[in-house]
Design a protein around this ligand. Sequence first.
Ligand SMILES: [Fe+2]
Length: 496
Amino acid sequence: MLSSLPSARPALLVVDDEEAIREMLAEFLSLEGYDVETAEHGMAALGVLETRLFDIVLTDLKMPKMGGIALLEQMRRHAPGTVGIIMTGFGTVESAIGAMKNGAYDYILKPFKLDEVLHVVGRAAHKRRMESENIRLRQAVSLYKVSEAIKSSLSLDQVLLTVVESSITEIDAEVVSVWLDDGEGGLIERERAQTEKPPTGARDFGELDAEAVSAALGEYERVLVHGADAHRFFTDADTPVRSFAAVPLKTPMRDMGFIAAMSTHPVKRFEEGSRKLLSIVASRAAAAIENAKLYQDLQDTFQQTIEGLASAVDKMDRYTAGHSKRVADYATHLARRLGLDAATIEIVHQSALMHDIGKIGCAMNLNKPDQLTDDEYEEFKLHPMHGRDILSPIAFLHPLIPGVHLHHERFDGRGYPLGLVKTDIPLIARLISVADAYDAMTCDRSYRRALPHEVAVAEIERCSGSQFDPDISGEFLEEIETLRAQSRDVGEQVPD
Ligand SMILES: [Fe+2]
């Protein structure tokens, strides 16, 4: 937690109801290089602790309103990094030891010698320094991990999730969100991480005024504000936002949005260190977001291209409108059911969309009202090879070739174009084969009406082990029943 790192001069709060002791300790410890404030009892100390962070609290045990032990207990909750030292008279040494058991770092017996105080306080300051070194080290390690995670992801969602989840831990915020431009001149919250248990128990932080944040970033390049200045960036918040930090997300080419962090904690605030840490994350994230977006655009263009091609193929034959898309849907559901990995499922989807692309190369009329002649059928059977030839010159379409080239192979080896047998036929082609057959049977063709679902199911069962891989056709038939049941559940018309 950067927010509790000590400054060069350790900050020390002296709490004692005897004014003389307070004054003496304050003067002496200031001369020794400490940044000292004082309070006359526990309650007053809590008030001071709300305004700033201290490295060390040196407190008397017995005081009016609130004693040392209660103070340390409160402190542990609100400023866990602060080191507590108890001062006590000889008769209450037992209580001092009890206080140590409850988290006090050390105790000093009254009446004390000043060099004793210096010794104990010096050790406490050393402990704080060591802890903060550790924190810095941990931060460096986790920043490294964050950068690696961000760098290695090409998925925009994954990059954004890594950014918010790592930032919220690193700077100990309650909410961290990433806002990106929406392409229409506005900003949209694209990802958010939120602590499960906000310290104030509050959940309603209202709406972040993204326009105001953006304007402030435009002017100052950074935002790090507290109290009312923080709260003003939120509208309709029930709980006051006590600390707010925002850093821009930008590349040399363009501004893309910002990362914002907020806290309602009464004491802990984001400090410059937290803001810097967010900036480092933001600079790495900006490049990764840009990459992920470009990659996403490429993927989208690719998807649109193959969908366009698939519908062009379907339009060649007025009876096969939507066929490629339906086959792709069936095959994708089947691939998911079989537990294939995401990348393979995507290839199944795209291959199925493109499975009949080779029909473009068939010199024949696919709109004939009756069955194909033998010659026409021979010509038609060339379409898987035409498909392969169409895809071959384009390197990034190569993963689609097996499904396109081999979707008319049969499990018993009597298919075409190669006559492959059983599992020599690539899995993707075996999936498309059954999906293709089901859709062909259940839709109208130029030479016949659509067959009822039950007839198509019976036919697939009959051809299981000859035309189709029996394992796959079995799974397909179960999947198709599931899909039909789901459609019925949402009130869709399911054909007989
Ligand atoms: Fe085909």
